[in-house]
Design a protein around this ligand. Structure first.
Ligand code: HEM
Length: 473
């Protein structure tokens, strides 16, 4: 009797569990989208993402197994990931502007929930209309002198160091990137070296902690790690109010509008101004620095490309300022920065969710479904980019690029009004930094280093990278 009762209980439990797993793994569309079964109904595939080390590696594996349209479970949420130029095109047309906050929770901790990154369609578009022109071409032409100056200051500082000395490359690139964004977009709040140093320190500590949070989970309340993070985070959070107050007290009238002045002009709610201040500051803080770093690292590893870039800069601008990055003459510099973005996979994915049911590749997906844009997976696709782990700027020669490659290369996102507002700013700044630095020095990697990519919030090297410099005559 006892045996029969136990058998019935186990059978019922088994049936309920089976039904549950089956029901959560069923795609809500007409046809099932191939993809991963959840490890369990609460965590979905989060344990598999953790086991892969990061979401980029997980997506590479997922698409490798199931093709360009594949599904997985982020916690209890059903997610569809797309990884082909054709699906990018199709989804672009059906795009909404909302991002699912749960897939960006780390950034939320840093920026604050009022930041534009989390704004919904109408609000986001209104704010983008207000801010975008401060980072567009007409305004950017005013930034060339600052970017050239920042790069020349770095050249001057490095020139004072005896040749053959080991130089921390990441450190110097981040420094330039911080100076570039604060001097052009945030007034003169960070006018001293000390203010820039302080920003770099708290910022680096916070970023490291956020990446640790993703891997190891939250620190023990009251532990040293917990206290340090709270202190550094509080320091970042006070930046928005301080920068805004400083600008109110020190208005400055320029022939163009800076980002911080655009914020002040529209009388937005204070919390929103603070969070957008931090969101844009952080958006631009280290992206360009890490991009510049990867370019110099790849060039140091490929002396022929470094020489070609040097000749391109000398022929195009001589020893003068770089004043028009879009100019045909600086074509090779442009190819190098694009190939760097591709190979470093600086930004691995972005995402959206839909308020209404929608159709994708013949599947009907329910409202609320999250769509991941696996832009990093596509940038490493060997069919599109033969020998994808090779640094080869010739891929981006406009006469050689295929239409499919052009549709595939979307490092700043492809989704209409919510693509990166800082992309033109970033391209221009990175190009000036790389051109000016490579004109002054030959970069050589210190031997014996093994540099790995850390696919975190952005793709960084897993440690400082050391180079030696030879002055160009
Ligand atoms: C190498 C440099 C950069 C890369 C690879 C990059 C990449 C991205 C990506 C992939 C997105 C998401 C786009 C989407 O969801 O469709 C994004 C959004 C954003 N980026 Fe960038 N970014 C870079 C530089 C910058 C800079 C310099 C700034 C600021 C000056 C910036 C500010 C932002 C902001 C505010 C958003 C959110 C926009 C919105 O929600 O509408 N980014 N970026």
């Amino acid at each position: 009797m006892l045996f029969i009762s136990l058998f019935v209980i186990f059978a019922v439990i088994f049936l309920i569990a089976f039904q549950h797993i089956f029901s959560v793994s069923k795609s809500p569309g007409k046809e099932k989208i191939p993809g991963a079964r959840p490890s369990n109904s609460r965590d979905g595939n989060k344990p598999d993402i953790a086991a892969a080390g990061n979401i980029h590696n997980y997506l590479l594996d997922l698409h490798g197994k199931y093709g360009p349209l594949a599904s997985f479970w982020y916690g209890p949420k059903y997610v569809v990931s797309i990884a082909s130029p054709e699906l990018f095109m199709e989804h672009h047309v059906r795009m909404t502007s909302n991002r699912p906050p749960d897939m960006m929770e780390m950034l939320g901790i840093l920026f604050g929930s009022n930041a534009i990154q989390f704004a919904k369609t109408d609000d986001a578009i209104r704010r983008r209309e207000l801010y975008d022109h401060t980072l567009r071409h007409e305004t950017l032409t005013h930034f060339y002198p600052t970017f050239n100056k920042v790069a020349r200051e770095t050249v001057q500082a490095l020139s004072g160091i005896p040749e053959g000395t080991r130089i921390p490359l990441v450190h110097h690139c981040i420094d330039m990137s911080i100076k570039g964004i604060v001097r052009t977009c945030f007034g003169d709040y960070f006018k001293t070296e000390e203010a820039v140093d302080h920003l770099r320190e708290v910022w680096t500590a916070c970023w490291n902690e956020l990446e640790l949070l993703q891997i190891k989970g939250p620190p023990k309340p009251g532990s040293k790690r917990d206290k340090t993070f709270k202190k550094d985070l509080a320091s970042i959070k006070t930046l928005g109010p301080k920068m805004i107050q400083h600008r109110r007290d020190n208005p400055c009238f320029l022939e163009y509008q800076t980002f911080i002045d655009a914020l002040l002009e529209d009388e937005l709610p204070e919390e929103q101004m603070h969070d957008d201040c931090v969101g844009f500051l952080i958006g631009g803080l280290q992206t360009v620095g890490i991009w510049t770093f990867w370019a110099l690292y790849f060039l140091a590893s490929s002396p022929d490309c470094q020489e070609k870039l040097y000749l391109n800069v000398i022929e195009a601008v001589g020893q003068g300022d770089v004043e028009d990055m879009n100019h045909e003459d600086l074509r090779y510099v442009g190819q190098v920065i694009k190939e760097t973005l591709r190979l470093s996979v600086l930004s691995t994915y972005t995402c959206r969710y839909h308020d209404d049911d929608f159709e994708l590749a013949g599947h009907v997906l329910k409202a609320g479904t999250t769509t991941v844009h696996a832009i990093g997976v596509v940038m490493e696709d060997p069919v599109l980019w033969p020998d994808p782990s090779k640094f080869d700027p010739e891929r981006f020669d406009i006469h050689r690029m295929t239409a499919r490659q052009k549709r595939a290369f979307k490092p700043f996102g492809f989704a209409g009004q919510r693509t990166c507002p800082g992309q033109h700013f970033a391209k221009l700044e990175a190009a000036v930094f790389i051109a000016v630095l490579c004109r002054a020095f030959k970069f050589r990697l210190v031997k014996g280093q093994s540099v790995k990519k850390n696919y975190g919030l952005i793709t960084r090297p897993d440690c400082e990278v050391w180079v030696t410099l030879e002055k160009r005559k």
